[in-house]
Design a protein around this ligand. Structure first.
Ligand code: TXA
Ligand code: MG
Length: 334
């Protein structure tokens, strides 16, 4: 397989090269593209063979369904068996944006996209390059995050893993993603709607439109079924993530690991005077959005630097931190 070709916005000022990328996508190719959350690895959602190649490239288990990306509401409706009023209301409020709506699917959607299930997740990303690509391709685009299954999602093309680069025909480089955390996956086949995966669109944002009755599918011990992709360890770097409760002393945890000869990093809200041993200290933002934007970059960067343990000071247990806490908890699973 020849390595992917790279597209950069400033090299395509008249927008002709992206037409070539879109044609490749429509014809069964794989394209890494930016969104407002993370980079995705896209294929023509109506082409089962192309979608199957996404699963191979990521080493993704076949039971984990993909999100289908569309450029507008009309294209979403063409894939759903029914388009309930709540979907219309949410689309008007939050699309384009980081909301993936799970709806009953119709038979235009190949089984491989939905992992054989009766529903499909639909999302209209808020990113000009993504929307241009989807519009020019003229087909819905199935895309998971562009990482090997289970690993940290890439928020810049510099962080793409080798197997993904090898599998892609094109890589659309539009710099760092502004959101940094994946979309919120909301199940609209149940009443009240249920959050299957917390994400960039917060529960508060949803509550403003839906009212306070939104079930959570992600809390530990919850009876509500989760998205298959949020079961078990996920969003994890190669290094072991150690999540230290806010009341405990993350610095001494790191120091003890480092004293045992392990290369360590500490993700902290404070600063550390004169860090000892072999320890990288990363001061993270106290604002949840800014933290989310930085998190995967920090994890990917520390992996590159060969860190064995990443000790993370647990963020506050408040609603604005929900998505970040979810990712950290899953990354820390053994
Ligand atoms: O922000 C995002 O959502 C990024 C960008 C590229 O759009 N995509 C992304 O896709 O994070 P992925 O495949 O890494 O995560 C999709 C999540 C998984 O947890 C999957 O199980 C869930 O959505 N999902 C997809 N289709 C579903 C369905 N029909 N029912 C329930 N969960 C579904
Ligand atoms: Mg993913």
């Amino acid at each position: 397989m020849s390595p992917a070709r790279i597209w950069r916005e400033h090299e395509d000022s008249d927008g002709t090269r992206i037409l070539e990328v879109a044609k490749c996508l429509r014809d069964g190719g794989l394209v890494v593209f930016p969104t407002e959350t993370v980079y995705g690895l896209g294929a023509n959602a109506l082409d089962a063979a192309a979608v199957a190649s996404i699963f191979r490239a990521k080493g993704r288990p076949p039971h984990n369904p993909l999100i289908v990306h569309v450029a507008d509401v009309q294209s979403a409706r063409e894939l759903a068996a029914v388009w309930p009023n709540v979907a219309q209301v949410l689309a008007e409020a939050f699309w384009p944006g980081p909301l993936s709506m799970v709806l009953a699917r119709n038979d235009r959607v190949p089984d491989v996209v939905t992992a054989g299930g009766p529903t499909v997740a639909l999302r209209c990303p808020n990113h000009r390059t993504a929307l241009d690509l989807i519009r020019h391709a003229g087909v819905p685009v199935a895309a998971p995050s562009a990482n090997p299954s289970g690993y940290v999602s890439p928020t810049r093309v510099e962080f793409l893993a080798e197997p993904i680069e090898q599998a892609a025909d094109w890589i659309l480089d539009a710099g760092p993603c502004h959101g940094g955390i994946e979309s919120t996956v909301l199940d609209l086949t149940v009443d009240p709607p249920s959050i299957l995966r917390p994400g960039l669109l917060s529960r508060e944002d949803l509550a403003r439109v839906l009212g306070p009755a939104i079930a959570v599918g992600t809390g530990t011990g919850s009876a509500v079924p989760r998205s298959p992709g949020v079961l078990g360890r996920h969003y994890a770097p190669s290094a072991q993530v150690v999540l230290v409760p806010a009341h405990a002393d993350a610095f001494s945890v790191t120091r003890d690991l480092a004293a045992n000869g392990h290369r360590c990093a500490l993700l902290t809200f404070g600063s550390v005077a004169g860090p000892s041993y072999d320890m990288i200290v990363v001061t993270m933002p106290r604002d949840a959005r800014a933290y989310g934007r930085e998190l995967y970059r920090a994890l990917a960067d520390l992996d590159r630097r060969g860190v064995r343990y990443i000790v993370v000071e647990e963020p506050p247990d408040t609603v604005e931190w929900e998505a970040v806490r979810d990712r950290l908890q899953r990354a820390a699973l053994g």
